[in-house]
Design a protein around this ligand. Sequence first.
Ligand SMILES: [Zn+2]
Length: 179
Amino acid sequence: MIKTFTGPMFSGKTANLLTTYFNMWNKKNILCFKPKINTRDKGIKSKKFTESVDAIEINNLKDILKYLKKNTRTIFIDEANFLKGDVKILSDLSINNNIDIYICGLNMTSEQKPFGIMPNILAISDYIEISKSYCTICNREASFTYYEGNKNSEIMVGDNGYISLCENCLRKMREKNEK
Ligand SMILES: [Zn+2]
């Protein structure tokens, strides 16, 4: 079984992943992974929880196989959009090894393009939970992450210059930038 939590930044994807983790009783049968390239913080973290969860840092999905133990029943992967590799490794772990895999990752880049291996991960998922954030400008539900950086200082920017936008505000932003 593979379940994927996806959506834009600030949508609470990682909180949903961690809620699943914290609700599970037998942590000894769980392995957690995250990409090595993310140096922001150690482990899997969400603003909603004070506690973070230790994760093994990997570059490629095939690295997971090195850490598998006989008793591994459940795998958690955070920020999967930054990972490389063949998603067949995950579907084989689910089918052949009977392991449940919970994955979190951004579905789109801040240019609204499919992010890395996420399209393939979504294709092999049994369940997909798409979270929404709220638009930085109009408070509607937002599906998009947008890089604002220093372009428009009157808008409140979040982590490293990224904001959430709805379709309407994204369209206005694109039109403005075309001028
Ligand atoms: Zn909006």
